[in-house]
Design a protein around this ligand. Sequence first.
Ligand code: CUK
Ligand code: CUA
Length: 683
Amino acid sequence: MGVVKSNSSRRKFLSVLSAGLVAGAAAGFTGGRLLTPTAPPLGKELVEIIEQRKLELIHARAALKTYVPGGWKDEFLMISSGGHSGQVLVIGVPSMRLLKVIAVFTPEPWQGYGYGDVKTMKLLYKGSNGIRLLTLGDTHHPEISRTNAEYDGEWAFIGDKLNARIASISLRDFETKDIVKLPNTQTQHGGACATPNTEYVACGSQFPAPWEPGKGYKPGKTYIKLTEKNFEEFFRGTANFIAFDRKTGRFDLSRSFQIELPPYMQDLEVVGWGPSDGWAFMNSINTELHIGGVLEGKPSLEVGASKNDFDYLHIINWKRAEELVRQGKYVEMNGIKAVPLDVAAKEGVLFFAPEPKSPHGCDISPSGRYVVIGGKLAPAVTIYDVEKIKDAIRNQRFAGTDRYGVPVLRFEDVKAAQIETSLGPLHNEFDDKGRGYVSCFIGNTVDQYTLGPPDYTGDKPFTKIGEIPIHYNVGHICTTESNSPSPKGKYLIALNKWSVDRFVDVGPLLPQNFQLIDISGDKMELLYDMPIGIGEPHYAKMILTTKLKPWEVYSPVGFDPETFEVSPYAIKKGQERIERKQENGKWVTEVYATLIRSTITPDIIRVKQGDLVRIHLTNVETTKDATHAFAVSEYNVMASVEPGETTTVEFVADVSGVFCFYCVEFCSPLHLEMAGWLEVEPD
Ligand code: CUK
Ligand code: CUA
């Protein structure tokens, strides 16, 4: 599919290639790594490979553009949502090699995440909803921390749509540092998106939650009967601005605030810079406030939510909301300061602009001037001009208010342009040349268009200029450092929902397909298909790898990646010991252990049945990649202890017997000998 099967084009290419290589060698050209004095035979060799593999010109070009030899580093790193795997994927670009799956909302054994390791267990419990331990997440929108709105490569953020949570990830060790459940919110979709200097991470709700006036929503507590009337009156959405501490990597709800929103289903939220500094934008669907009820004689949610010709783009003055909070114009609800809807509507925090019905996606052009919305049901993107929005608000030019008293702007007053696209336009990204790209889910294309000034100053602003077929059903797209003031161009990745015929069939459940596209030239060029066999990724962000400064080992030895300090439980070789003591009337066996190739010390741990066993593990190695992992048979306990790290596992020795523990990383020739015994004496 999508490949021109032309033998003549291949033959022409092959003859050009061999002629070029021969000529290059004859002229003494040795600049390329392939072109040594042995160029003629090498050229022949390449031609032979191309012939044997029956490749086309476009394939060979694509291979040469994407191949990154071992030891070479990718130019960009893509931080991608892992969808309902609950994790985050780290992928090198242009090689499209999967480098890491970061455990976030779901236990993951390799990283010792959620298997008795105390810091990760604490995270999973803290990030739960107070009803049960949540080990599921549906990650949608990743973000990278910003300085002056530019991605700075220090932190990453990811939202969980299913349970309305956000998490922070350090880009020094690529580990999750915090998970926070958004108060008064059941599901989230809008975000994460950082304010220009990462003071806050913004994220909005998706489906409105039942909400008691003045009390908000409390999981497992709030009950309001689901009726159309109650939905309008007692269900609410939220726009959240969660304060973030760059030093500790933690969110701070006490400095955070939220804005109560009408029960429209809010969608993606973005935070602006430049002319849109201080503003956030999110679109919405279901301004009809339909709740469904097919078996109760009502139209389905899908039908009822698609009646109106327009839904509302939410325009939020978050700096004004911050000011109102400072003035005390909020209600403290379930641990967060909430600006009530009527206050937000009256005091210049919340405005609406009509947007063609049931839109999708919300993105900001590099200049910060344009907000672009995908038409989804209508084959067009709508581009709003932030200057016009601010002007209309300043002059109080409103068409009226919605049923909750929120001022509604006039579409014609704030629209910059509408550009016709293929069917089903969803998400927009931008490059370094003032061009925008939009994913078209139904049309199976990515369309390319020009923005207006100051992003694009050529003579054909707001015009579609190209398209490329996609395989298949593209959701988000991701260009290099898009949704920031300085996209880098070069690459676009289409995050496709369906792969259909692109790979070897592996049963009815097929992987998603990431397609790498070269956007550096005038014509987009498909380079690579990468199957994603884990969850359904939604959005991704790409950053220059030179901006990242990951640690090579934890230093000094005994470092605790949770506190970013030396752990009080760190020990040196020779200080290993076992202590048994009472804590709050319970017996605890506390073990101080070291790991080094190829010994776990102590190698015999004797405890009494019923003891709480707490093992502090210090990997005393300082060698890059010398990770040891510690697992206890039959006990479901696993920790990954990276070089220099001190971490703690904790479990109750509830079953008596003798249990092997061992190092799970093949670390040395004597790795099999890196083991020991846990003896649990019956009580
Ligand atoms: S959504 Cu998934 S394709 Cu969560 Cu950003 Cu549009
Ligand atoms: Cu340490 Cu194997």
